[in-house]
Design a protein around this ligand. Structure first.
Ligand code: FAD
Length: 388
């Protein structure tokens, strides 16, 4: 069976593939998203939904710039999805408290350079923002009042519903086997149910992108880094801010659910959840918010982040192959960077003026040895993906 011809086939229906599809489709292209399972149920479902890196000062300026553009888009996007699809993605600007006081001077220098709102606050002040925090807090913390988060499973459901409404063809339960070339240009994508003919292919297959791209970008440039999360249930919203310490975080949802994460594990494509992670995260939760006792845990899951050199995504044409693009490797920040990455990708495909300087995101000359060399903190869930 042959599939319909399309202008552009996007491989992967995570946040990056779906947002790229929306950008290209609203710019007039006929777009097909090819997803081997159900769209939005891998890393993009499993993440915490924080709309800032947890230590933003550890990232290069080009990530800050793409992140800032994306943060602004979420303001409108959340309203648009509520009206068009009827789903509240629960974007909340509750602020973020970072309890690692040793980061204070870097954080304030970064905030001054980037004109970001950030201040150092006392333990007393922390308790006014988050009264449920443990009493034995460090004397000082870092306060970022503009930090936001959203409920990514809801975002995934909303994007999946939006695709057909704006004319994007979503083909699920169908895997891309290979990219079909004619001489040095793209001719389509091979699948078990026939080829999809197209002149543009975007590889947005998260940590699995590597398999499709090895011959062009080298080995192990994009690779899975497992993250596990514990879900707690409380009777009502526990507090507003996200709280971060030692690379771990507590994210309160509106309805009393609380996410505690996450691990950084280099274990290949293994999505198991482990007792060791449960023990570690249980201790983190109780230390930061004593009310988060183990009897409140209702679920544990894992997801595979697309790790990349310095945690920076590859958003680029693949050199030497006309029509082949990559948008992948967003590591810990794919929810945050989704809108900007999709916009930049569309700018490159459509040869428009790029939203940010595209050079730091280019896919050539990647050094595999750098993969996941994210400064300081470098170390799918199981079950029904609709909830939480
Ligand atoms: C525990 C955890 C916490 C996180 N917290 C945050 C956070 O707070 N904030 C933040 O910004 N980011 C966070 N992230 C990172 C973020 O989730 C990822 O960077 C982002 O989801 C990557 O999106 P993606 O679309 O590239 O990948 P995915 O969501 O994994 O999507 C890739 C899709 O491609 C499909 N696919 C793969 N191979 C093929 C093929 N051959 N053919 C067809 N389809 C294919 C897969 O089935 C999958 O659906 C977190 C991640 C984890 C795991």
């Amino acid at each position: 069976m042959a599939h319909d011809m399309t202008d552009c086939c996007i491989i992967g229906g995570g946040i990056i593939g779906m947002m790229s599809a929306i950008e290209l489709s609203t710019s007039g292209m006929h777009v097909t998203v090819l997803e081997r399972g159900r769209a939005g149920t891998e890393s993009s479902w499993a993440g915490g939904g924080i709309l800032t890196p947890i230590y933003p000062w550890e990232y290069p300026t080009f990530i800050t710039e793409l992140g800032r553009w994306s943060q602004q888009q979420y303001v409108e996007l959340s309203v648009y999805l509520q009206h068009r699809i009827g789903i509240d993605i629960e974007r909340i600007v509750g602020g973020m408290i970072v309890l690692d006081a040793d980061q204070a001077s870097r954080a304030t220098a970064w905030a001054a350079a980037e004109e970001s709102v950030l201040s150092l606050i006392t333990a007393e002040e922390m308790l006014t923002y988050a009264p449920r925090l443990a009493a034995d807090l460090p004397q000082h913390g870092i306060w970022m009042p503009e930090a936001a988060h959203l409920r990514n499973p809801r975002l995934m459901t909303a994007l999946r519903k939006l695709l057909p409404e704006i004319g994007v063809q979503l083909i699920e339960d169908c895997s891309a086997e290979s990219i079909i070339l004619q001489k040095h240009r793209v001719a389509g994508v091979a699948t078990p149910t026939g080829d999809i003919a197209c002149e543009t292919v975007v590889v947005a297959a998260g940590c699995w992108s590597q398999d499709l791209l090895t011959r062009w970008i080298g080995e192990s440039v994009i690779r899975p880094i497992r993250g596990q999360i514990l879900l707690y249930e409380c009777e009502h919203q526990l507090m507003a801010p996200i709280v971060v310490q030692d690379g771990n975080y507590v994210i309160p949802r509106k309805d009393g659910c609380v996410l505690v994460g996450s691990t950084l594990e280099d274990v290949g494509y293994d999505k198991s959840v482990t007792e060791a992670a449960r023990t570690k995260l249980t201790a983190v939760a109780e230390k930061l918010v004593p009310e988060l006792t183990p009897d409140r845990i209702v679920r544990q899951w894992s997801g595979l982040r697309p790790g990349s050199p310095q945690g920076a995504p590859l958003i680029s044409q693949i050199h030497g192959v006309a029509g082949l693009f990559v948008n992948s490797g967003h590591y810990r920040n794919g929810i945050l960077l989704g809108p900007g990455s999709a916009k930049l990708l569309a700018d490159l495909v459509l040869e428009r003026d790029p939203v940010v300087d595209p050079r730091p995101f280019q896919a050539n000359d990647i050094q595999a040895a750098d993969v996941c060399g994210e400064p300081a903190h470098c170390a799918s869930h199981n079950g029904t993906p609709d909830a939480f």
